[in-house]
Design a protein around this ligand. Sequence first.
Ligand SMILES: Nc1ncnc2c1ncn2[C@@H]1O[C@H](COP(=O)(O)OP(=O)(O)OP(=O)(O)O)[C@@H](O)[C@H]1O
Ligand SMILES: [Mg+2]
Length: 356
Amino acid sequence: MNTMRETSAIDGQPFYPGDDAPGAAAPDGIVGESPALRRVLRLVETVATTDAAILIRGETGTGKELIAGLIHRLSARRGAPFVKFNCTAIPAGLLDSELFGHERGAFTGAIARRIGRFELAHNGTLLLDEIGDLPLELQPKLLRVLEAQEFERIGSTQTMRSDVRVIAATNRPLEELVEAGEFRADLFYRLNVFPIDLPPLRERAEDIPLLVRHFVMHHARKLGRRIDSIPADVMEMLLRHPWPGNVRELQHVLQRAVILSHGGSLQLPPLEAPVKMTRTPAPHAETFDDAVREHIVEVLRQTNGVVAGPRGAAVRLGLKRTTLLSRMQKLGITPADVVPAPLWFPVAPSTRSIAV
Ligand SMILES: Nc1ncnc2c1ncn2[C@@H]1O[C@H](COP(=O)(O)OP(=O)(O)OP(=O)(O)O)[C@@H](O)[C@H]1O
Ligand SMILES: [Mg+2]
C-alpha cells in the first residue's frame, strides 16, 4: 500500500501521528492538502489565538467538530475544558438547565445541583453544535451570556461569571432561518463574528486519495487486516462519487470495504446512488447504519419517543441515555421519524426535540 502522506498543515506539526483514531469522540487529525482545506486551516490558525466567536458552517460530515477541537487546541485556552453541547439532542425544556445549570429543587426532578455547560467551560471553549436548532425562546438568554459573560443557574438569583470562548456550528443556513423568523438576527450577528466555511468533499476531491489511505490504514490496523493495494478503478470510483455525507460517509464506506476485502486488495461495496439528504428513514435497511437506525426508530415508536427512564428506549436497547442520544444524532433520527409532527410541534414548528 502506498505510504499515507501525513499533512503537517500548521507549523509543521503532524496532526495525525501514526496511531490516530478518525471517528473517535476526540478526533486528533485533519487529513487533506487541497487548497480549499488549506485555506480553512490558515483561517483556523489566524483566529484560534483570538477570543472571537466563530461560526463553523458546512454540510454534514465535513469536519466541523474536528475543526472546533483544533481551534481549541491551538488556542491559549487549551489547558481548560473543551465542552461540546448539541442543541438538537436535548429536549427544549431542559436546554437552559443544561447550558446554565440549576440549583437543587429548582424544578420538579431537580434532585441535586447541576453545573451547566457555561460553567464547565470556564476559561475554555464551548462548542454549540447544531446552533440552528436552538429554540427561539432560549436565544435571548444565550445572547445575554455571550454579551455579558454572565448567567444564573436556574433557581438561583446569584449571577455567575464565566469566561468562555464560543464556537457555534451548523449545517443549516442560518441566514435563511433568520429570514424565516426562526433565528434571531442579533444572535446570528453575535455568533457570526468569524465565519469558517468547510467545503464539501466533492469540492476538494484532491483530498480523497489521502483520506482513503488514511481510513483504510486505520480500519485495517483496527481489524487486524492486511490491505496492501488499492486498485486504480476502486480509487477512480471513490473519486467520482459525490459524497453527500462527506468525510463521514467516506469513512464508513471504507470501513465496510476493509471488512469485505480479502486477499490484500481493497474491494469496494456497491456505492449507494446519491440520495437527497433527508432525515426520513430509508424504506429498507441496506447498510448496518440503516438497520441500526430502523431499530432505534422502532423502539422509540414503542416508547412514544421517550428515551430515558425505566420505560424509555435507552433501557430497552441496553444503552446509556447519552449514548442513545448521540447515536440518534449521528444517525439523524428526529422526533418526526418517531411520532407524527403535530404531536411534537404544538408550539414552534421549528423546534426539534426528543422527550427524555
Ligand atoms: N479532514 C479530515 N480528516 C480526517 N478525518 C476527518 C476529516 N474531516 C472529517 N473527518 C472525520 O469525519 C467524521 C465527521 O466529522 P465531524 O463530526 O467533525 O463532522 P461534522 O461536520 O461535525 O458533521 P455533522 O454536521 O454531521 O455533525 C469524524 O469522524 C471526523 O473525524
Ligand atoms: Mg458535528
